[in-house]
Structure formats: structure tokens, C-alpha cells
Ligand binder design. Structure first.
Ligand code: SF4
Ligand code: SF4
Length: 441
């Protein structure tokens, strides 16, 4: 552990770019043998990580070395798919030139969810992360590509103020774009030429795990990885806006217990005790105080069961999420059994190829490579004080204050886990409302 590095990452407000936004200084405080760089970019259409590995690989590798130094890792492995040819060539060249001999490249097969941390750790290292555990328990830290990019910036005293993301779908110019945190979604869409439909919905994130935005006047955050513009009746959108009560009712009448959701569940295939078809019975019987019900805690909500496996078009993922919510609110925890998980022998054959998923999700026409479209600017940003796991930051500015790009506007609450927040444009603080700081240039 290197306190100086950890402090610099903390000062810069770096959070995990790939998911829920765990403050990176927390992850960097671990001691591990290996750092895996998660360049799987496994959600269809999202391209910002391949772009960064292609265009900014030196910065990413500097960040990797920094994280390895901090965690004591002897090995750093950059994991990406062979289909991202330009990114792969750039990574292979950079690793070949690295003189430390501690870096490696792992070419992943093109299946979903290759980027699930637990799946990635098994694919690359053959280690099974314990049920409901984290890679740290098997001596691994998994880092997103953009997080490493941001770690390098942090070492140079540059705070996290911008985000790389993909704009795709029914948009005039699909692109990877760099935007200030807090820029409004509608403005980002306009930068990409605007939607090509008059009636559309926007998915924040990937088609599998993203969510449909209720309105497009929301800000981009440190964890926004993509914006997908799709027709309101598109398969991806329709699957995300189902009423939870309706899903419960359909489950109770339609599930035929075929077990296909369990057969294809990536966590079940890793040997974890997760059987979504049994959880469907739990929902039918409403017996939430059983051992089977607790299995919902093991679900990663990857969506394979819902979007690919189930022939009846129902959603074990949603059912699991509902059960999980109830159990977690009641403080129920998972107790792993005495025997370690055992890999399912059919795992390789049951992996879902991304090409088939794209076909199933009706996304084929959006697959064209999204080029880099430059850096967008905005005359107004609205920056949430909570964009991370942990306690929201404490606002340290007031309306009327002048701020410069990179100035601190939100501080971590004393003794709490959280992340600092910085101004993403130069201007004047216009208001602080509902936990968001608005700055006008
Ligand atoms: S795949 Fe669908 S129908 Fe089959 S057991 Fe799972 S939820 Fe029920
Ligand atoms: S969402 Fe479905 S397929 Fe994915 S981990 Fe949960 S139960 Fe398994």
C-alpha cells in the first residue's frame, strides 16, 4: 500500500468508471498479486474503453503501473476482445515495449458477460471468486480502463472532471465523446447531431444493464458509460419499462420451470448456488424466508436470463432484484457453504456469443464502429454531489462563488467513505439544489 498514491487518487475524486462508482482510493488500498484491466467492453455498442486503449494506451498503462505499485501487484494483465482490432494492436505494441516485464495481454472471447468481474477473473486466471465475494479474496483487483486513465491524471494533480462515453442508436453521428461531468444528456445528444427520430427513449448505459431515462434533462455523471437512442417500442426499451407488479403476475402464471434461465446463468455456470428457476417458484409461493430465496443475493443482474434465455419472455432478473431488495432491507446475508464452487462442465458451450445477443436484442443496425467525436463543451453543468458508492460529498461552495475548472466543490464527509467532486467548467455557481451544484460559464 502506498499512502501517497492513495491520497492523490482520493484528492482527484476518482471513482470506478465501469459500474456503481466505488471510490478508487478504497480499491487501491488493497494488497493483491494481480491487477486485471477490464477492457472487455462487453455491453453491446459501448466503445469508449476500446477507444481509450487504442488512442491513449500510454496513459492507461501509466495508470496500471501506478495501481500495481500501490497494491503491490507483481502482474498487470490487460484483458480485451480480439474483435477490437485497433485497440488490441495498440495494447500489444505498448506491452511489447514495456520494459518491466510485468505486463501481459489476455485476448477474451466475444461473449456476454465477459466483463463481469467474477467471470473475468475465472477466464483469465482460472480462479473462482467466492459467492457474493469480490476479486480481492482471490488476490486480484479488477480495474476499468478509464479508471486507470484517471489515476494517471490524478498523479499529475488533475481531478476527474470529464467522462468518455458512447452515443449510439438512432442518432445522426454515433460517436465516442469526451464530456464535462454535469453536462445535460439532451446537449450531449445534440453534439452528436441529435436523434434521428421524433419519438425516442434514451438508455443510460448498455442495452443489457442500462436503464431508461425518465427525461433527457439529467446530467452526465462520472459513471455514465453510454447513451443509446432507441424507438420507444424497441426490444431493449420495452424490456426495461415493464411494471414490476405485472412482471410478478406474469411470472406466477407463465413460468413453465424449463430451467433454461439456470442453465445459461453465468454465475450458476461458475458454480455459484444461484438457480433462477427456483427463485421463480419462491416468487410464486411468496416464501421469502427460505434458503432458496437467499440465492437471489448472488444474482449480478446481468440480464442473460431475461433477454436471452427465457422462452416465455419473462424476467428472472427482475424477480431476483425484487427478492434481493426485500432481503437486504431485512439485513439477510449470504452464508457460503463448506464446499467451494465447482465450475459447470458445460460452461464454455453455454456462453452467449455477443453476436447472437445483438441479433436477439435487435441492435444489428447500430453496430457500426463509433469514431471519436472530440470533446464537447457546455455553458452550464449540473453536478450531483453523489455519483459514487458511499456518502454524498459535502458542498463547499455557495451560490455566487466563482469557480475554475478542477476546483473542489464537494468534500468527503469526515470519517465516511465517499469521493470528492470538482468543477467541470469555469464559471459561477448558480444554485445548489437537490444535492446538485449548477455552474454557469
Ligand atoms: S427460463 Fe423462463 S420459463 Fe423457463 S424456468 Fe426460467 S423463468 Fe421459467
Ligand atoms: S440476471 Fe439472470 S442470468 Fe444474470 S446472474 Fe442473475 S439470474 Fe443469472
Amino acid at each position: 500500500m502506498n499512502n501517497q498514491i492513495i491520497e492523490k487518487i482520493k484528492q482527484a475524486g476518482v471513482v470506478g468508471a465501469g459500474g456503481a462508482g466505488l471510490p478508487t482510493h478504497v480499491k487501491a488500498a488493497a494488497t493483491v498479486e494481480t491487477v486485471l484491466v477490464n477492457g472487455a467492453s462487453c455491453e453491446p455498442l459501448l466503445m469508449s474503453d476500446p477507444y481509450l486503449m487504442e488512442a491513449e494506451i500510454d496513459i492507461v498503462i501509466l495508470g496500471l503501473h501506478t495501481l500495481m505499485e500501490c497494491t503491490g501487484a507483481k502482474k498487470g494483465i490487460i484483458c480485451l476482445k480480439g474483435k477490437h482490432h485497433k485497440a488490441l494492436a495498440s495494447v500489444q505494441k505498448a506491452v511489447a515495449h514495456d520494459t518491466t516485464g510485468r505486463l501481459d495481454v489476455f485476448v477474451l472471447e466475444d461473449f456476454y458477460p465477459a466483463g463481469d468481474e467474477q467471470v473475468l477473473v475465472y477466464e483469465v486466471l482460472g480462479k473462482i471468486v467466492p459467492e457474493r465475494g469480490i476479486p480481492l479474496q482471490v488476490g486480484v483487483v479488477v480495474s476499468n480502463v478509464e479508471s486507470l486513465f484517471n489515476i494517471t491524471n490524478a498523479m499529475q494533480g488533475k481531478p476527474l472532471t470529464h467522462r468518455y462515453l458512447t452515443v449510439s442508436g438512432d442518432i445522426k453521428n454515433p460517436m465516442v465523446i469526451k464530456v464535462p461531468v454535469g453536462m445535460e444528456v439532451s446537449e450531449v445528444l445534440e453534439y452528436a447531431g441529435g436523434p434521428t427520430l421524433s419519438d425516442y427513449r434514451v438508455v443510460d448505459g448498455g442495452p443489457m444493464m442500462g436503464r431508461v431515462l425518465q427525461d433527457i434533462h439529467q446530467p452526465i455523471t462520472k459513471t455514465t458509460s453510454g447513451l443509446l437512442v432507441l424507438p420507444p417500442d424497441h426490444t431493449v426499451v420495452a424490456g426495461k419499462v415493464k411494471d414490476p407488479d405485472k412482471i410478478r403476475r406474469i411470472t406466477n402464471t407463465v413460468c413453465c420451470q424449463c430451467t433454461r434461465c439456470t442453465d445459461l446463468c453465468p454465475r450458476n455456470l461458475l458454480g455459484h448456488s444461484l438457480h433462477p428457476h427456483k427463485l421463480m417458484r419462491v416468487m410464486q409461493s411468496q416464501e421469502l424466508d427460505t434458503e432458496i430465496a437467499k440465492e437471489a443475493l448472488l444474482c449480478s443482474e446481468c440480464g442473460i436470463c431475461e433477454k436471452f434465455a427465457c422462452p416465455m419472455m419473462i424476467s428472472p432478473r427482475e424477480i431476483n432484484a425484487q427478492i434481493k431488495k426485500v432481503l437486504m432491507a431485512a439485513g439477510v446475508t449470504w452464508q457460503a457453504g463448506d464446499n467451494p464452487p465447482k465450475i459447470n462442465n458445460f460452461r464454455k458451450n453455454r456462453a452467449v456469443p455477443t453476436s447472437r445477443l445483438i441479433q436477439r436484442l435487435n441492435l444489428g443496425k447500430y453496430e457500426a464502429h463509433a469514431e471519436y467525436g472530440g470533446e464537447a463543451t457546455s455553458s452550464k453543468v449540473t453536478i450531483p454531489l453523489s455519483q459514487h458508492i458511499g456518502t454524498p460529498a459535502i458542498c463547499i461552495v455557495k451560490a455566487g462563488d466563482k469557480v475554475t475548472l478542477g476546483d473542489l466543490i464537494g468534500e468527503i464527509k469526515e470519517g465516511a467513505m465517499g469521493a470528492r467532486i470538482h468543477a467541470s467548467i469555469t464559471g459561477v455557481v448558480e444554485s445548489i439544489t437537490d444535492g446538485k451544484v449548477t455552474i454557469r460559464a
